[in-house]
Design a binder for this molecule. Sequence first.
Ligand code: ASP
Length: 549
Amino acid sequence: MSEREDSRLALHWQILIALAVGTIAGVLINPGAIELPDENLTVSVTAMAEGNADSQPTAVFADVNDPAGLETVRRRFGSEEALLAAFPGLTDDAVGDGQTVELEVTHRSIVITETLGHISIDYSRRHNARPVTSSVKASTVDELPEHWQAIYAEHGGGVRRKLTAAAKYGGDLFLRLLKMITVPLIVTSLITGVAGLNNTSRFGAMFSRTLGYYFVTSLLAITTGIIIVNLLRPGIGADLPGGTEAVLAGGDQSLTGILLGLIDNMIPTNPLRALVDSSFLSIITFSILFGVFIIRTGGRTADTLREFFEAAFQVMMRLTMAVISLAPIGVFCFMVYATASQGLAIFGTLAWYMLAVFLALVIHAAVTLPLIVKLVAKRSPLDFARAMSPALMTAFSTASSNGTLPLTMTCVEERAGVSNRISSFVLPLGATINMDGTALYEAVAVLFIAQAYHGDVTIAQQIVVAITALLASVGAAGIPHAGLVMMAIVLQAVNLPLEAQGIIIAVDRVLDMCRTMVNVWSDSCGCAVISGFESAAAESVESAHAPAE
Ligand code: ASP
């Protein structure tokens, strides 16, 4: 154990060093984005509901007056209203006809990257403050469209661009590894967590109270995150690398439609297909049900399955740790790519993002949870926090709820005086499924990315983010960076590209330490709350029996 902790600490330092060295290397390599002068350009927008009746309105526009932007950009919109809102100046009856509108085009820059056999040119600019990025990819210069060939001839080539591209490739490989482990990790972690509950006799009431506590506090955490992200708006104006023209899902749907869609998604008609398609919501539901029915089945069958999934989970944890041990390389690559292609401005962007996550975590941990401890558990939050401090500090330094679990249990029982019956149930389950800090983090990070790509995010989309962030936090294992792996669920739910995670990986470790501390703190407070309920229930049973006796 101590050997593992040592290596975790070492990893933590490795990542910090990779971050610093990658940043410096990126600054030195920086071939620079080619900044084009800002000017007002006329963009011809053809807005139409293409093809059959169900298809979404599409705007096709070409920057005809833009020397770098003779390309055609096509964007799909959820509804005609969304399209009209995106292009002020378009009139209702223009949809279907095509119409020229004035769009203010600003912040134009071109990033050229190349690696063996690939040249890619990313052209980003803002149309009426909305970020739009288009990319051209080709194997050779000759394959590029003509006007891009001219731009390449003027600005392309060079070792610096090749190094930048190589760094991106290295970072992408790390992302692929993370994606590779996600599905088996969710399945084994969830089934093990649920099936491990074991005894079904007394725990009916405790089970529902505990789940109620997990649910309420996670939702409160997510709400705090969402409020802060709407107040600070860290993503507005942020330029994330690897831009896209993805369109947020849900913008066109009613809330009921979205929720019904989510429910549909939660019930797979074929669990195996859900696994193959990495359909996370389906996988989570099926795994929880499978775990519950392992307990219901009981006997030797349950023992065998429990043992099997526990063993598989152990292996997945080891594999995950191995992948995570590559994080310094991944972080290094991402930092080189980020600073080499974006310049240091990216830190300004990430500073706001980090501040948003941090502030929301502090509010949840220092205001909301203590209030619950005070009002529901009727204990002094300060004394309770003091009792829990060794576990909290361990959680911070290891960034692993699972790793901290033995300490959390010891603190809750020995220092805070909660019974073992409660702690042995509430804490292990909590380490797996109750992650307030992670839920909050998922919501803030995804809304940050959504803001960066699409500007402000509608309430309906925020609700989708909130619900999926809750599920992602339930599915996340209590190990370092699990939240980052699970973020795919939330990104997938709102149709954002997984690549958008690239840049926030660089600062994930620091945020992971903070959110893990909040995760463990919430589990501990859960023990205090359940213990408060249990003793109140015990008292009322006693007093109900007293007159009869
Ligand atoms: N590291 C966190 C934990 O162990 C999970 C996460 O990555 O959010 O609780």
